[in-house]
Design a protein around this ligand. Structure first.
Ligand code: ATP
Length: 300
């Protein structure tokens, strides 16, 4: 079971919202879709789900296009949450579960399991409108996973959640992955992407600007940050070729260096000068990579 997106395109009028995206997500993988606002994430999700027809390229799940007929295979947490405020949680989930072809008692069992897991069993008979936004989102998530989909698409699942709920949702997503669910999600919070996904694509104006395995991306990115603690003046490090920045701290400094070889040269220079209390080379955070690759490139 594999999600295969091949050179997919979507054009709205003159505007190419998605412009030749290619990616593969294997069964049980967790895949991150990143990009500034308007980069084309939601449009890509809608094409995966068969809600929008691509103007070029193809999207298949297990070799076939997804469409309404195969809706039970997928779960979708849309960016615009869409629950009926006047319904109780139970009636809402029964309604949505039925659309996915579930029987009522199956729905109730799965619903109670999930409510228990999210520590809110008492919500069963409450109306959606009586719940806070964050709690409505938990219900929307339950609606997306109730029928145990093979492929789960989560558009900004963590937005608006407090840290406790955000962790609870992360745990739920991890356990679904462990059970073999294939998960594609978008997030503007890079820390969540770093915590969850193995592979990712970073979109800018509908095109991939970075793509691949998260660890490899970080390793091969080049620029490293070096933390130094030493009780002598560090200005001499500026003259080493490849040191692009030196920011002094109370007990040393933080340097940006072009690659690992430069970090080694910094260490050698420090050792020659005197005792080094601390020397730490860090890979850049995904946040730093995102800023570098995408910049402030929203479409607002
Ligand atoms: P965000 O992070 O803000 O949710 P996104 O990456 O999900 O952004 P999309 O919603 O896919 O971005 O939008 C990509 C581009 O396509 C935007 O420029 C948007 O205005 C445009 N677009 C999306 N849907 C339509 C539509 N139905 N008609 C015309 N243009 C559209």
């Amino acid at each position: 079971m594999t999600l295969v997106i091949n050179e997919v395109q979507k054009q709205f009028g003159n505007h190419k919202a998605v412009d030749g995206v290619t990616l593969t997500v294997e069964k049980g993988e967790m895949f991150g879709m990143l990009g500034a606002n308007g980069a084309g994430k939601t449009t890509t999700f809608r094409m995966i789900l068969g809600l929008l027809d691509p103007t070029g390229g193809s999207v298949t799940w297990n070799g076939e296009r997804l469409s309404y007929k195969r809706t039970h295979l997928v779960g979708y947490l849309p960016e615009e949450r869409g629950l009926y405020p006047k319904l109780t949680v139970k009636d809402q989930l029964i309604y949505l579960g039925r659309l996915k072809g579930m029987r009522k008692n199956e729905i109730l069992t799965a619903m109670r399991e999930w409510l228990e897991r999210f520590s809110v069993p008492e919500y069963e008979n409450q109306k959606i409108e009586e719940l806070s936004k964050g709690n409505q989102q938990k219900i929307q998530f339950i609606a997306a996973v109730l029928h145990r989909p093979e492929l789960l698409i989560l558009d900004e699942p963590f937005s608006g959640l407090d840290p406790v709920n955000s962790d609870m949702l992360k745990e739920a997503v991890r356990s679904l992955k462990q059970e073999g669910t294939t998960i594609v999600f978008s997030s503007h919070e890079m820390a969540n992407v770093e915590a969850l996904c193995e592979d990712l694509i970073m979109l800018k104006r509908g095109k991939a600007v970075l793509q691949g395995n998260l660890k490899e991306i970080k390793r091969s990115y080049g620029i490293k940050s070096v933390k130094v603690r030493a009780d002598y003046e560090l200005d001499f490090l500026r003259s080493i070729s490849g040191v692009t920045e030196l920011q002094k701290t109370q007990d040393g400094g933080i340097l940006q260096v072009e690659d690992a070889e430069v970090a080694k040269a910094v260490f050698a220079a420090l050792s020659e000068k005197g005792y080094v209390q601390k020397f730490e080379v860090d890979e850049p955070s995904l946040h730093e990579i995102f800023i570098d690759k995408v910049g402030g490139d929203g479409d607002e």
